[in-house]
Design a binder for this molecule. Sequence first.
Ligand code: NAP
Length: 454
Amino acid sequence: MPYISVNPATGEVVSSYEDHTPAEVDALIALAAERAPLWRATSMVDRARLMVSAAELLEGEVPVIAEVLSREMGKTFAAAKGEVAKCAMTMRYYAEHAPAMLAPRQISSSASRSEVRYDPIGPVLAVMPWNFPLWQVIRFAAPALMAGNVGLLKHASNVPESALLLEGLFRRAGFPEGCFVNLFVPGSRVAEVIADPRIAAVTLTGSEAAGRSVAAAAGSVLKKCVLELGGSDPFIIASSADLDRTVPLAITGRVQNNGQSCIAAKRFIVVADRAEEFIEKFSAAMEAVTVGDPMDPATVVGPLVSAAQKDEVSEQVADALAKGAVATAGGSGIDGPGFFYRPTVLTGVTTQMRAGVEEIFGPVAVVEVVADLAEAIAVGNDTPWGLGSSIWAEDEAEQRQAIEGLDAGMVFVNAIVASTPELPFGGTKRSGYGRELADVGMYEFCNQKTIFVA
Ligand code: NAP
């Protein structure tokens, strides 16, 4: 299937590109493989200089690039500008901090000198999703390139403009050809790329189905694989929560990126003594969220990415309503053109309903009422996923109880879950394995080489 960019606010096709042929893919992998040893030999100073140049380009073109993202996948223009700025900030962060992260770590042992070095491993394939079309790629590429690896991007097939923009960005910044290569290949051909002996490792951000395929393909050729998959993050409202602070952030946590974020708060678990107040305030605020053209500054929620995604969310909600759930806000899509869905709050959801057991990738919140914090944590953990989680409590003992009890890769206290260049990002259980960002994320694609000098 070709790469097709459709504006989700209108349904119009913006552009389309043919997939690369096998011969073209072979030539592109060769380009990366030939560059890898040369790039590995460059100094950290040179890598940092190029990374800062790329950051400067982004900073100088924020509105132009942001408009590409908004038109291609529907995020609001304000959110897109924020994404571009965050990418530039992250590139600067790794340009500055990678040298210290990658400095050999001295360890005392029976050797006269022993240490761990962090050597690059070569060409790394990055299979990426459309929802943060710039950020997901940069959070892989900035640390990986600074570590001396080269990257090959297989972007989602609905964001070709973002993919080309990224490839062009690195070239314009002065990165040599082959450091960052764009491949237009469908998911069905990813296994062939992974199996190519010139590819050292693979990272995927995406769905569980893609995760299984990529992990199987990497496993069959024994290659390193990092998986950042889905989630259904709990947002726990404890007795001591400050609701005036919590409710606006509950809205942002659910509707950010038009509800299409892996780390969006998806299940709002509230203790009984705060339930009535929370549901009332939260539902009223969700109902008041402005839905519309992503380029309009008044818009908070733009369209879903595709007609298929709108259908999926519509079916998940309709199934819940048919089986007895109640929509205290929203509950339906908005007639076209474009793929808009009303911000929705569902109560009375059970595990017999799709909304009770599936990830909802849209602006739909499921609210669950529990007796106390211990039950909230148990319900929060009662899911196949373990990506992010948040606890909303003023009381330190309640905060500690949740930090210790939640089985997730990340626990945020009185803050919505977010990624930031300084902190490791990743999940447990079916949300994947491995980490991105920070030193531990960088080491995923390094040979952590032990040196022993007698
Ligand atoms: P998706 O279908 O898995 O697509 C993600 C990427 O994987 C795309 O490049 C896609 O290519 C590719 N792909 C699809 N099937 C594949 C296969 N069998 N083998 C190899 N590659 C394959 O994901 P999505 O549904 O668009 O994205 C939403 C999901 O991603 C949600 O579950 C969300 O929670 C998760 N996500 C996780 C994170 C995280 O950091 N943990 C971040 C963002 C999103 P094509 O487009 O060509 O199919």
